[in-house]
Design a protein around this ligand. Structure first.
Ligand code: FES
Length: 342
């Protein structure tokens, strides 16, 4: 996906706590809140512990409301700091944001649509549900979460969707039976999934096992959910003669960029694969958090998506794919490598 890299100003009009851990932010862009496609997100520039970083947030709802865009942010106390920076904002705060863009758009013409949201993954799915309701399309929304109290927008969704909303609270009914859910979908049906990496992996496996076409499963992740608690680790790049510490609250991509080592990237959510780097060795294990590589590629561990994946352990040694003139100095060599410069 190509981004429109022009940034615009916006004002935070209001915040609203949807659950104890999820807060809605109403943003008024200076140039007016234009319409956006389903599944759209915007990017926000945030100062996280003195470093300017960019975070992506899905827009809530199928259209602007009262001249404003809405996003919802789950507070992640053990995360990289973006959500804490968002939660520190007060109404009236000035922000620098991007215009909305979507790579998670709802297609037209499916015989039936299944929307599957896990936790904060409801944010792009809610607008899809609104759009499908308006089209009088045949669809269901399966909304999974730990407890009802932790699931945002439940009252609005229940009022809008009635029986088309299926709530799967883990403390009541366990995790959703994706095999049964996909089996009940009509031939030609499509599924749109947004949620944590575990849900996406399970959906992908169940979809494949059901013999359904891969292109009919459309998914988006928020790229921050992994198997291990984030901790510091070291990235070694022997051909550049460099070692970079990745703090627990930073992505590997952000740390490399902060060290002056440029890595090609686009989505920064583990979806496009552009930031993937070759792995030479790992001290510990890779906590893959991308949806670009297959389960088999994750198990092989030959490449890592630097924007979201981390190391559970002391460190990782990487090497860019380019093999070139050994007479170049490490700095010059780095500048000629596709995918990594520094
Ligand atoms: S930038 Fe897209 S997967 Fe990392």
């Amino acid at each position: 996906m190509q981004h429109d890299d022009s940034w615009i100003g916006a004002t935070l009009r209001a915040t609203r706590d949807l659950t104890p851990g999820i807060r809605e932010f109403t943003l008024v862009p200076d140039e007016g809140a234009l319409a956006y496609p389903t599944g759209a997100h915007l990017r926000i520039r945030l100062d996280v512990a003195g470093r300017m970083t960019v975070r992506h947030y899905s827009l809530v709802g199928a259209a602007p409301r009262d001249g404003a865009w809405r996003i919802a942010v789950q507070r992640e106390d053990a995360g990289r700091g973006g959500s804490r920076a968002m939660w520190a904002l007060q109404p009236g705060a000035r922000l620098t944001i991007s215009r909305p863009a979507s790579h998670f758009e709802l297609a037209a013409g499916a015989t039936e649509v299944l929307l599957l949201a896990g936790g904060i993954g409801i944010t792009p799915i809610l607008g899809m549900a609104e759009a499908l309701s308006r089209r009088a399309a045949r669809f269901r929304l399966l909304y999974a979460g730990r407890t009802r109290a932790a699931m945002a927008y439940l009252p609005e969704l229940a009022a809008m969707l009635g029986d088309a909303l299926v709530v799967c609270a883990e403390d009541e009914a366990g995790r959703p039976d994706l095999d049964a859910i996909f089996a009940a979908l009509t031939p030609g049906g499509e599924a749109y999934v947004c949620g944590p990496i575990g849900l996406l992996g399970a959906a992908r496996r169940a979809w494949t096992a059901a013999g359904r076409p891969p292109a009919s499963l459309v998914f988006e992740t928020f790229g921050s959910s992994g198997n291990a608690t984030p901790r510091d680790f070291t990235v070694r790049i022997p051909r550049l003669g460099r070692e970079v510490l990745v703090p627990a609250d930073s992505s590997m991509l952000d740390a490399l960029e902060a060290a002056g080592i440029g890595v090609l990237s686009d989505c920064r959510r583990g979806e496009c694969g552009l930031c993937a780097l070759e792995v030479l060795a790992v001290e510990g294990s890779i906590d893959h958090r991308d949806v670009f590589f297959s389960d088999r590629q994750h198990a092989e561990g030959r490449r890592i998506c630097a924007c979201v994946s981390r190391v559970a352990g002391a460190g990782i040694t990487i090497d860019p794919p380019w093999r070139g003139d050994a007479s170049l100095t490490p700095g010059q060599e780095g500048q000629r490598q596709p995918g990594l410069t520094g």
